[in-house]
Design a protein around this ligand. Structure first.
Ligand code: TXA
Ligand code: MG
Length: 358
C-alpha cells in the first residue's frame, strides 16, 4: 500500500536512497506535487512516462537544489538574461529553458536541444534534492491531461494502488504550475513565456529589461476569444467544464438559468441542482447547485492556491454533473488561472451554441 511519509530525516534519507536505486518518489513543491526520478536512472524515467500515461514527446522538468548544480547541465553563459532570472527568482516557481549539455539524457528532454530547469521553493523538496547526488526530473504527479495535485491525497487519487511513496509537504502554497520562460525561438532579443504562472511577464520584463511575449492562448483580455475545441485539452477534471460569459453576473437569474439549461441540454444535466459553480470574482447570491467561491478576499493568489482542489472537490461530489466557471480578472496570476481554466474547458463556453450576445 502507498505510504504518505512525514518528511522526517529518516524518510528523506529513505526517499533519496530509493531514488538512487531507480524508484519513483512523489515530492511536494510550492506549486504542485511532482513525480520524481533521478535524471540518471533511465528505467525510472520510463516509469514516469508509463505511470502518467504521458507521451514520450512531452519532456520533463529537471529540479535542482541550487543554481550551481543547474550550471553543470546547461549553457547558461550564452544567456545572461536567463541567468539573471534564476538568480532573482530561485528558489521559486520559475522554470527556465536553456540549451542543454550532454549530461542531460535525451529521454528527459524528449530529444529537444533545450532542458527545462527549476529550483523549487519548498523545504522538503530542497532538503531531498540536497541529499541526492543528481537532479530530479519531475512532472506534475497526475495522469496526463488531468488536474495537477496540490495535496498528498490528490496524488493517491490519481495513481491509486500504483502510487509511489509520497513525501508529505502539506497543501501546495502556490497551487498552479510554475511559469516557464525561455528565449523566443522567433526572436533572439525577446523572452517568451511558454506557460504562465505566479511569476508574471511584467516581473520578467522588469528584471531583465527585455521584451516578453506570452503564449497564444493565455487570456490577456476578459473577452471570450474562444474557438471551442481549438484549445489543447489539459488540466481537465473528469466532469465537463463550461466557461460562464463575462457578463453573467448582470443577467437576470431566470434568463441565466434558461441559457445554461439550453446549453446543457445535450449533457443530461439540465437540473440546476447538479451544477457546480466555481466563482473567481467574489460571492454571488441566488445560485442553485454547489457553489465554490475561491476568491472570497479579493486575492487571486489565494484563488490560485485553491483552484485545483476545488475542481477535484466537484469531481468527487456526486451531486455535481457539470462545472460552470467564471474567468478571473486577467491580471497577475489571473492570467495563469485563466490559461488553466480555458484548457480545462477546452474552450467550451455557455455561449458556444451560437448565442454569443447575452
Ligand atoms: O510547477 C511545476 O513546474 C511542476 C512541479 C512539479 O515542478 N511541474 C510541472 O511539470 O508542471 P509538467 O511536466 O507537468 O509540465 C512541464 C511542462 C510541459 O508542458 C513540458 O512540455 C514543458 O514543461 N517542458 C519540459 N521540458 C521542456 C523542454 N526541454 N522544452 C520545452 N518544454 C519543456
Ligand atoms: Mg503537468
Amino acid at each position: 500500500m502507498t505510504k504518505i511519509l512525514p518528511p522526517s530525516s529518516h524518510n528523506l534519507e529513505l526517499a533519496a536512497d530509493l531514488l538512487q536505486k531507480g524508484e519513483l518518489i512523489v515530492i511536494p513543491t510550492e506549486t504542485v506535487y511532482g513525480l520524481a526520478a533521478s535524471i540518471h536512472s533511465e528505467s525510472a524515467l520510463h516509469k514516469i512516462y508509463t505511470l502518467k500515461k504521458r507521451p514520450y514527446s512531452d519532456p520533463l522538468i529537471v529540479h535542482v537544489s541550487n543554481l550551481n548544480q543547474a550550471r553543470r547541465y546547461a549553457l547558461w553563459d550564452e544567456h545572461p538574461a536567463l541567468l539573471l532570472l534564476a538568480e532573482t527568482f530561485w528558489p521559486g516557481p520559475l522554470t527556465i529553458l536553456l540549451p542543454r549539455n550532454a549530461l542531460i539524457p535525451s529521454i528527459v528532454t524528449a530529444g529537444q536541444p533545450t532542458v527545462a530547469m527549476r529550483c523549487p521553493d519548498h523545504p522538503v523538496a530542497l532538503d531531498l534534492l540536497q541529499r541526492c547526488p543528481a537532479p530530479l526530473a519531475a512532472p506534475s504527479a497526475n495522469r496526463f491531461g488531468k488536474i495537477s495535485p496540490t495535496t498528498p491525497e490528490a496524488v493517491l487519487q490519481e495513481f491509486g494502488e500504483n502510487c509511489p511513496p509520497i513525501l508529505d509537504g502539506g497543501h501546495c502554497r502556490v497551487g498552479i504550475e510554475s511559469t516557464i520562460v525561455g528565449m523566443d525561438p522567433a526572436d533572439p532579443q525577446t523572452l517568451k513565456i511558454f506557460r504562465p504562472g505566479l511569476i508574471t511577464a511584467t516581473q520578467i520584463q522588469t528584471t531583465t529589461g527585455m521584451p516578453v511575449t506570452l503564449p497564444g492562448c493565455s487570456t490577456q483580455t476578459t473577452n471570450h476569444p474562444l474557438t471551442p475545441g481549438s484549445l489543447p485539452a489539459h488540466y481537465c477534471p473528469n466532469k465537463p467544464v463550461f466557461l460562464l460569459p463575462e457578463h453573467w453576473r448582470q443577467l437576470e437569474p431566470q434568463r441565466l438559468q434558461e441559457l445554461i439549461q439550453e446549453m446543457l441540454s445535450n449533457q443530461a444535466s439540465p437540473n440546476p441542482k447538479s451544477w457546480g459553480w466555481l466563482l473567481l470574482r467574489g460571492p454571488a447570491i441566488g445560485l442553485q447547485g454547489v457553489v465554490c467561491n475561491i476568491n472570497p478576499n479579493n486575492d487571486l493568489t489565494q484563488a490560485a492556491a485553491l483552484l485545483y482542489s476545488s475542481l477535484r472537490y466537484f469531481d468527487n461530489d456526486p451531486q455535481v454533473r457539470v462545472i460552470l466557471v467564471e474567468l478571473a480578472p486577467p491580471q497577475g496570476i489571473g492570467i495563469a488561472i485563466n490559461d488553466r481554466l480555458l484548457r480545462a474547458s477546452r474552450g467550451s463556453s455557455v455561449w458556444s451554441r451560437g448565442d454569443s450576445n447575452p
